[in-house]
Design a protein around this ligand. Structure first.
Ligand SMILES: *[C@@H]1O[C@H](CO)[C@@H](O)[C@H](O)[C@H]1NC(C)=O
Length: 334
């Protein structure tokens, strides 16, 4: 009986992933209204749900940033939002779309991050991805990239696919980074249920050229727009440790990036990646075990400004407004 159900599950979710992979798109997944999936996290009036109920503005002014959080915790799944970033002068402004369970697991939390780093006028936003697993905050696994479009001009889709053995970051359905769980990574691979978060905050001491350029409130409010919410995962109650019975089971057996998608990913990374922790000698004498070093890539990345891309400066995530957030977890994010 059980194995019968497992086979049906397997077939069903193979089909589900095929839909994502063949189309390279999440357009067949249900789009939630803000109230269906999320709640405000902090920032009072700086969060505004639009009339359609499907879009939300979060803003940063001299008083506060703002943010929202998913109502459920998820163990694995596909999570997505369309985001339009503030334009013009945005140095020091950070917009984050990420998963975390730092509120529940203070010492051994997991995290999967998209972070958008503002810039001075005329210079592009940069985007950063990172993961932590089971409190592995002493090992940052950051990568930074430019984009092939201006993310403040229009909405673009940013997505996270997280399974038992794999994490893929997508921009407009192009995979930009794949992280496979390796045995040596051990607990460093996120493995406990997490919530989705979106925040905008003042990252003056870190975000732009290692803190050289601060947020200028002359240009406030800075408004980030979010829409097209997809929360397609296994919702779980971490306290009762409930199993997701009628929710998707994200078996990694059924996922692989198509050859065409992989070529797009490689092309993106060759053109747009500006920093990778794997090549940062100032942080790692010996790169973490999962790194595969390519000397051409090393040469290319060395060309970028060492202050901006050295990644030495620690920062918090603007989550201090969240009442139950622990100080420890906060100060340990890079
Ligand atoms: C995660 O951390 C906890 C507490 O430090 C530890 O007991 C557990 O074995 C770790 N899990 C993994 C998978 O490494």
């Amino acid at each position: 009986m059980n194995s019968h159900i497992n086979i049906i599950n397997f077939l069903f979710f193979s089909a589900f992933f095929l839909v994502i992979l063949v189309n390279g798109s999440s357009r067949n997944l249900p789009i939630l209204s803000f109230d269906e999936g999320y709640s405000q996290l902090f920032g009072d009036d700086n969060l505004m749900v639009l009339k359609d109920g499907k879009s939300v503005h979060i803003s940063l002014n001299e008083r506060t940033g703002s943010g929202f959080v998913s109502q459920d915790l998820y163990l694995h799944g596909y999570f997505s939002a369309s985001i339009k970033l503030p334009s013009d002068y945005t140095a020091g402004v950070v917009v984050a779309f990420y998963m975390s369970n730092g509120d529940i697991y203070e010492k051994n939390h997991d995290e999967i991050d998209f972070e958008f780093l503002g810039n001075i006028r005329g210079k592009d936003w940069r985007i950063q991805t990172n993961i932590y697993g089971n409190g592995s905050t002493s090992i940052g696994r950051e990568e930074r990239y430019g984009l092939w479009f201006d993310p403040s001009e229009d909405f673009h889709q940013y997505s996270i696919l997280w399974t038992e053995n794999q994490i893929i970051f997508y921009v407009d359905n192009v995979p930009i980074r794949e992280i496979k769980r390796t045995e040596k990574m051990g607990g460093d691979f996120p493995s406990k249920p997490m919530s989705l978060y979106a925040t905008i905050w003042d990252g003056s001491n870190w975000a732009t050229n290692g803190g050289k350029y601060k947020v200028s409130y002359k240009f406030a409010p800075y408004i980030a727009e979010f829409s097209d919410f997809v929360l397609h995962g296994c919702a779980i109650d971490p306290i009762e440790n409930s199993k997701c019975e009628d929710a998707p089971k994200f078996s990694s057996n059924s996922i692989s990036i198509t050859r065409q998608q992989r070529m797009k990913m490689e092309s993106f990374r060759n053109k747009h990646m500006q920093y990778s922790y794997c090549y940062d000698h100032s942080r790692y004498n010996i790169p973490p075990s999962e790194c595969v070093i390519d000397s051409k890539e090393a040469d290319r990345l060395r060309g970028f400004d060492p202050v901006t891309f050295g990644g030495e400066v620690r920062h918090h995530r603007g989550k201090r407004h969240h009442r139950s957030r622990s100080i420890g977890a906060e100060s340990s994010s890079i």
